[in-house]
Ligand binder design. Sequence first.
Ligand code: FE2
Length: 325
Amino acid sequence: MAVLGIESSAHTFGVGVIENGKVLANFKSMYKISDKGLVPSKVADFHSRNGKRAIEAALKKSGIDISDIKGIGYTKGPGIGSCLRTGQLAAKSISLAYSIPIFPVNHALAHVEITKHICGAKNPIALYVSGGNSQILALAENPYKHYYVLGETFDIGVGNMIDVFARAAKLKPAWGSTVARIAESGKYIQMPYTVKGMDFTFTGLLTHAVKQIGSRKIEDISFSIQETAFAMLCEATERALLLTRKKELILCGGVAQSVRLRSMLGGMCSSHNAKLHFAPDEFNADNGAMIAFVAEKMMQSGMRFSIEDADTDQHYRIDKVRVGW
Ligand code: FE2
């Protein structure tokens, strides 16, 4: 009962194969980001050119023939419209050609669910942090089972914030890891810090940090922007943990690869006898296995979608998704 999953919400065209929760393949084809950032039409062209090869590579690695695939999942959103549509088109083509059910998957839900599965977390809250998103999530049972948003960014995602700062400072991609490396030799300088309950904003911090470029050491600005942003996430997440009285936190999404963020959240969790979980980096970065994983869950729980309903939605929110398992 193997299921194929396609992820194409941004610069990665990822293809995964899952069978009863076991990852059989997780292949990625990644658009190389230039100093100019991510140009949506160019990334979509890249995905269109490389998608077929990526699907073939994942199937070869899994040892499963495409005629034995029982379901196909793709990222419905959130993400970049033109990129999402390349994965959607590939999934629709496979669904129609092999007469298998299609599953539109929420990208954030996929990050949370694969991390929960791999780490064996039972009843966690989740901090989902990536380029475009920063949310604190927990499962609710009413009026139907779904993830509700305890807190989130009111403007931009923490990953994008660091990327924009790094581009303004003319640092090289990959910007997040470059800032993290430079920050290791930096000292703290005062930065704006904006948390309201369990929500937060990053543009004030970004604007202030960019204004310091040229007048302060880049190491100090890098250290301070990263330290301030992660402290904001820690404060809001700590509040969510105490409010829900849960004892597990999962960290997921691209920024979950940050060693410094893991360390700060780990310290916070241990002071409340809570456990921090995070998956290996291949599942924090965008990947097809997480899409296949949720597609398989949807299939096993009896959810079905017509080919006409297999759409994309750039702003598809996790709290709109019914968790049917
Ligand atoms: Fe992601």
